[in-house]
Ligand binder design. Structure first.
Ligand SMILES: [Ca+2]
Length: 175
């Protein structure tokens, strides 16, 4: 656990100017360990015995179009700076023409002023095959947030993309 926190502090430090951050309260935690993990959404994506600890994972199959598992988070609860940690795996994801297509763990933040922010982990590999790995991002959820939607899947490509767990933490700036 200590190593994970140190690792996160390093990542967050690198990503963010000079400030250091640490994990605060856990705001969202999903281990994708049953077909009902998203309350009935994407039940057919559940694969038992998958994931790092074989507790189950959700799988998205690419069909050249866009195929996402998408679900809303509690926007009120997310307000402020949050850190997202996703454990993912890719299998035979075809390289795409556009650099921003391919595997996605995306947070879509809609604001009351009509604007939309898309946040994605910088270290997520978009294509190819890669073993279970943790990708992280931090994002400021503005006060005028209207909705926060997680979109996990494949855009304009083929292959398989798995998610084993998704955690969202409050992020606290170190004085
Ligand atoms: Ca899991």
């Amino acid at each position: 656990m200590k190593n994970v926190i140190l690792f996160l502090i390093m990542i967050f430090s690198a990503m963010s100017l000079r400030a250091e951050y640490k994990k605060g309260d856990l705001l969202y935690n999903n281990e994708f360990d049953s077909k009902n993990a998203l309350g009935g959404i994407a039940e057919q994506s559940f694969i038992p015995d998958e994931g790092i600890s074989k507790d189950g994972a959700f799988r998205v199959m690419g069909y050249n179009g866009s195929n996402f598992i998408s679900f809303k988070l509690d926007a009120e609860k997310m307000k402020g700076v949050v850190g997202v940690e996703a454990v993912v795996k890719g299998v035979d994801i075809k390289a795409t023409e556009k650099p921003y297509h391919g595997a996605k763990v995306m947070m879509e933040i809609k604001r009351k002023n009509g604007r939309t922010i898309y946040s994605e982990p910088r270290t997520l590999q978009r294509s190819g095959s890669f073993d279970w790995c943790t990708v992280t991002m931090i994002e400021l959820i503005p006060d005028d947030v209207e909705s926060v939607t997680m979109m996990i899947g494949l855009q304009n490509t083929t292959g398989q993309f798995y998610i084993d767990s998704l955690k969202i933490f409050r992020v606290i700036e170190q004085p």
